[in-house]
Design a protein around this ligand. Sequence first.
Ligand SMILES: Nc1ncnc2c1ncn2[C@@H]1O[C@H](COP(=O)(O)OP(=O)(O)OP(=O)(O)O)[C@@H](O)[C@H]1O
Ligand SMILES: [Mg+2]
Length: 409
Amino acid sequence: MTYSVLIVEDEAKARGSMNRLLTADGYEVLEAPTLAKAMETLDSRLTDIVICDFNLPDGHGLDLLRRISSTRPRPQTIVVTGHGSVATAVEATHLGAVDMLEKPLDPEQLRRVVQRASEVVRLQRELDVYQRSARAEALEWIPGDSAAMQRVLHEAQRAAATAAPVLITGETGTGKEILARAIHLMGPRAGKAFFPVNCAALPTEVIESELFGHEAGAFTDASKRKPGLVEAADEGILFLDEISALRLELQAKLLRFLDDHSFRRVGGLSELHTDVQVLAATNRDLEEMTRKGEFREDLFYRLKVADLHLPPLRERKEDIPALVGLFLRKYNQRTGTSLDGATPRALEALAVHDWPGNIRELRYVVERAAMLCDSERIDLGDLPSEFHAFVPEEHVTENPSPKKKTARS
Ligand SMILES: Nc1ncnc2c1ncn2[C@@H]1O[C@H](COP(=O)(O)OP(=O)(O)OP(=O)(O)O)[C@@H](O)[C@H]1O
Ligand SMILES: [Mg+2]
């Protein structure tokens, strides 16, 4: 693996000797004598490591650091301090500098420091590869050839690229949580936290302090200050499941948080900020709830900006074969079997059912059938008895294909 190092230094001699040393160590070295040239290089090519002098003819090294802190992927920066100003060095660390070098440069120290930075770059690249495959896997979990699903997935991809709140609606079992997790993995927050909170599972006061934290003494049991999930999830994602269960008082606080990312801990006075993307899900009709005064209209409209609606399975039955295939693949992986799909008449029977429990119900039916099945494909006889009625009686015979299974435990 090669790493590129950009040396930003106005003294030609110092630049040249660093270049020779690092080139000999196998780095691809780029040089910039000015701030302007450094910025130009960063714009035009991917740079892994930047070594930056503070005093440049057209500006200060800190300006470059400021600029680098918003570059993605962000290069590892090493600053060269000439006249040992502690305050500047501290500011450089805040701006993300990972190491310091003092003038006059010690060649061995330079090599060590650059070597350390390249190790971090290597780990980041590995993480990147891992995240990309996690992303692919997240999408593999959501097969959907139907036009409705294609549309939802396209919108989800767009939503993942922004920091704006997203509302995911759909009946029970349509995959709202799965979609929320996929949005997390598809977007720039993939490496950060994903915190699901079920708003229906906890009383209002508990949820408020779970979400926004509390100060010591805020209520009887609050002996210590506790940060909330919005703080813990900084730069990541908070998934508010069953958002319809959130009480009106808390809806107001959430709306304010969505508007400017600011909040106060329970019992706290100071205004805090965090960068959290909120995904919310519900299987209830929020519009209907706003009409009845059970859900704040302003919050509803705020969330509705990105509204991903997952259609019920009965409206996208063309996705059933792909879902069956997916569940069988997962089942095979888990149990070491090699089931190879379902027979046409089994698929036909699955397509007639109305699936009130949606994909969750389909998954249950497929896994149960896989357990019962003793040939290579799932057949009608492996499905629950109510499915048999969907297909003419004479078709319900034993499965003719031979047994072909491995290591079933
Ligand atoms: N698109 C999908 N692909 C594969 N499996 C899915 C998909 N959607 C849902 N499932 C399966 O169905 C189950 C239910 O999905 P999920 O929990 O995301 O539904 P939900 O919409 O959040 O339901 P609820 O409203 O009941 O909370 C999951 O455990 C998963 O096994
Ligand atoms: Mg759910």
